[in-house]
Design a protein around this ligand. Structure first.
Ligand code: NAD
Length: 297
C-alpha cells in the first residue's frame, strides 16, 4: 500500500490528507497543532509524533504550510535529513519562487525528487478533492507527481521546472487581483453615473469588458447567484490570502526586474482593505471600498 507523509493539516491540509486516506493510502500525519492532528486522525490518517517519524516509510511526502520560512525550515531540518532515498517531496503551500527553487536544489542533491505544486481552489475544493495543482518539477518526475496528487485534484498542470508552479500561481493571482479591482471600479463608476448596476452587468458581461471576475464571480450582489457577493462576501477566497499572493508577486517582480505597476497598485489596495479589518471577507468585497460603502460589510 502507498505510504504518504502529510505535514501541515490546517484549513487546506486537513481535507487534502483526508482525501488521500479515503483513496486507500496509509497517510502518516503531523502538525504542530494537536487540534489539527486530532482532526486528521479522526479523518483516517495515522498519528505521527514528529515530521521525522511521519517520514519513516513514506514514498511521498506532502507539505501544506503557511509560508516560505516554514517550508525552508521543515524541508531543511526535518525532511531532507530523514526522507527515504528517491522519495517524492511535494510542497503544495503558496510560497515565494526563490524558496521553492532553493529547497528543490537541496532536495535533489540528497537524491530526492522535489516538486512545488501550489493550488487554486479554497477550503471547499480541498475538502471535495477538486483542487487545481500547478506543478514545477523535472519532466521525468511529473507522471509520479500527477499520480500522487490525483486523489486531491480536479486538474493538474505541469508548469515547468522547479519553481514554475509557484511562478504560475502568483502570476495568475496577480492578474485576478487586478481584474477584480477593475471590475469593482467599473461598477462604482456606473453607480455614480446612475446606470443600473445589473443593466451594466448584463451589457459588460456580453461585451469586451467580460472576464472571470465579472462573469463568474460578480462582486455586485445579484449578478451571479453562486458568487460570495450574495452571501455578504463570506467564504470564497479570503482578502488576507489575496493580499499575501499579491505581496509575493511584488517581491518576485522586484527581484526579477519585471515592471508590474498595476500589480503594485492592487497589492497596495488589498493591503489597505485588509488593514481596515476585512481580511476574512472574500476578495470581491473590495467593491465596497471603491463605493465608499464599507459600512455595509
Ligand atoms: P493554515 O494556517 O490553516 O494551516 C497551516 C498548518 O501548518 C497549521 O495547522 C500549522 O499548525 C501547520 N504548521 C506550521 N508550521 C509547522 C511545522 N513546522 N510543522 C508542522 N506543521 C506546521 O493555512 P491554510 O489555509 O491551510 O493554507 C496552507 C497554504 O495553502 C498556505 O501557503 C496558503 O497560502 C495556501 N492556500 C490556502 C488557501 C485557502 O483558501 N486557505 C487557498 C489556496 C492556497
Amino acid at each position: 500500500m502507498t505510504s504518504t507523509a502529510f505535514i501541515g493539516l490546517g484549513n487546506m491540509g486537513a481535507g487534502m490528507a483526508a482525501n488521500l486516506a479515503k483513496a486507500g493510502q496509509t497517510v502518516w500525519a503531523f502538525d504542530l497543532s494537536a487540534t489539527a492532528l486530532d482532526r486528521a486522525v479522526a479523518a483516517g490518517c495515522q498519528r505521527a509524533a514528529s515530521t521525522a517519524q511521519a517520514l519513516t516509510d513514506a514514498d511521498t511526502v506532502i507539505t501544506m504550510l503557511p509560508a516560505g520560512a516554514a517550508v525552508r525550515a521543515v524541508w531543511g531540518s526535518e525532511i531532507l535529513p530523514h526522507a527515504k532515498p528517491g522519495a517524492l517531496i511535494i510542497d503544495c503551500s503558496t510560497i515565494d519562487v526563490e524558496s521553492a527553487r532553493l529547497v528543490a536544489v537541496e532536495a535533489s542533491k540528497k537524491g530526492l525528487r522535489p516538486a512545488d505544486a501550489p493550488v487554486s481552489g479554497g477550503i471547499m475544493a480541498a475538502d471535495a478533492g477538486t483542487l487545481a495543482f500547478m506543478v514545477g518539477c523535472a519532466d521525468a518526475d511529473y507522471p509520479a507527481v500527477e499520480a500522487a496528487l490525483a486523489p486531491m485534484a480536479r486538474v493538474t498542470i505541469h508548469a515547468g521546472q522547479s519553481g514554475a508552479g509557484q511562478a504560475a500561481k502568483i502570476c495568475n493571482n496577480m492578474l485576478l487581483g487586478i481584474s477584480m479591482i477593475g471590475v469593482c471600479e467599473a461598477f462604482a463608476l456606473a453607480e455614480k453615473l446612475d446606470l443600473d448596476p445589473m443593466r451594466f452587468f448584463d451589457i459588460a458581461s456580453k461585451s469586451s469588458g467580460q472576464c472571470w471576475s465579472l462573469n463568474t464571480y460578480c462582486p455586485w450582489p445579484g449578478g451571479v447567484e453562486s458568487a460570495p457577493s450574495n452571501r455578504n462576501y463570506e467564504g470564497g477566497f479570503l482578502t488576507a490570502l489575496m493580499s499575501k499572493d499579491l505581496k509575493l508577486a511584488q517581491e518576485a517582480a522586484a527581484k526579477s526586474g519585471a515592471a508590474t505597476p498595476l500589480g503594485a497598485q492592487a497589492q497596495a489596495l488589498y493591503a489597505l482593505f485588509e488593514a481596515q479589518g476585512y481580511g476574512q471577507k472574500d476578495f470581491s468585497a473590495i467593491l465596497q471600498l471603491m463605493r465608499g460603502r464599507l459600512v455595509d460589510l
